[in-house]
Design a protein around this ligand. Structure first.
Ligand SMILES: [Zn+2]
Length: 277
């Protein structure tokens, strides 16, 4: 998956200046300024925008010792660079660029939504030795916000429960997913979401793997579980447009895109690599 870049990603906060080869991410709501040739995406380098008068940069992280910065003001499109919907990132052949941009998008949203103290309303300040915001008036500190959520592959012998979301841009088949609520464990969330979305009971909940998912500011926890009892589906039409049992032999339409945990988990089941023993 896209975050699997081993030791190359360093998200420690440093007080550093941009270099000519540093990448600069600029966003406008759900759009990211990139250049694309249909296969790869390209993020502008500092050397390309250094003359921009409005440039105010905040250090984000490094990948393979190359720095990534966030532009505090959105940069005007130039030459072949333009604002594209962040969903375009998922199609990039260069998965490292996709990971960098979606992780920057996560931080962009956190900075964007925390301009003022949530407790007393005073303008928030940035610590320069750590990635944390603080209120000079009441002392409130704000760390980057990560929303935990689960994905679960519900299995019944040679079938897996596949769904399509209602009212979202993502139209492909997915697995049951949902946000963790306050006071519940990730396993509780798995049981609750499956019951709410399709009305079935599950057993043998088994943790698989996690994935940071900056597109939605999530940390995703992937699980597999087995159907417990009757597999007849009662679909929650507010959440899903479709939910059905799909046999392994009928999963030829599924391909692992190398990006998402959902696709990897579907691929695992398709290749008969999920077992509960
Ligand atoms: Zn305050």
């Amino acid at each position: 998956m896209i975050q699997d870049i081993k030791n190359k990603f360093d998200n420690s906060y440093y007080k550093v200046l941009p270099r000519d080869n540093s990448y600069v991410l600029s966003f406008e709501k759900d759009k990211c300024m990139i250049k694309t040739d249909g296969k790869n995406i390209y993020i502008p380098r500092y050397a390309e925008i250094v003359n921009n008068k409005k440039l105010e940069l905040r250090y984000l992280f490094s990948i393979d010792n190359t720095y990534y910065f966030l532009s505090e003001n959105s940069i005007e499109p130039f030459t072949d660079y333009d604002y594209e919907d962040i969903s375009v990132l998922r199609n990039s052949v260069n998965k490292e660029m996709c990971f960098a941009a979606e992780t920057a998008f996560h931080l962009y949203n956190w900075y964007r939504k925390n301009k003022f103290c949530g407790a007393c309303g005073v303008k928030i300040k940035h610590r320069d030795d750590e990635r944390v915001l603080f209120c000079p008036s009441c002392g409130n500190t704000v760390y980057p916000c990560i929303s935990p959520a689960i994905i679960v592959g519900v299995v019944s012998s040679d079938r897996i429960l596949m769904t399509k979301y209602a009212g979202r841009d993502y139209k492909k088949y997915a697995l049951i997913a949902g946000f963790c609520e306050v006071g519940e464990t990730a396993e509780d969330t798995v049981r609750r979401e499956v019951m709410e979305e399709v009305g079935i009971k599950i057993k043998n909940i088994k943790y698989y793997k996690s994935q940071p998912w900056g597109f939605n500011s999530n940390m995703l926890f992937g699980f597999f579980a087995e159907l417990d009892g009757n597999g007849s589906i009662t679909i929650d039409k507010n959440e899903l447009s479709e939910a059905k049992w799909v046999k392994r032999s009928e999963m030829n339409f599924i391909e692992d895109d190398g990006v998402s945990l959902t696709r990897e988990m579907i691929g695992l089941f398709k290749n008969n690599k999920v077992n509960f023993s």
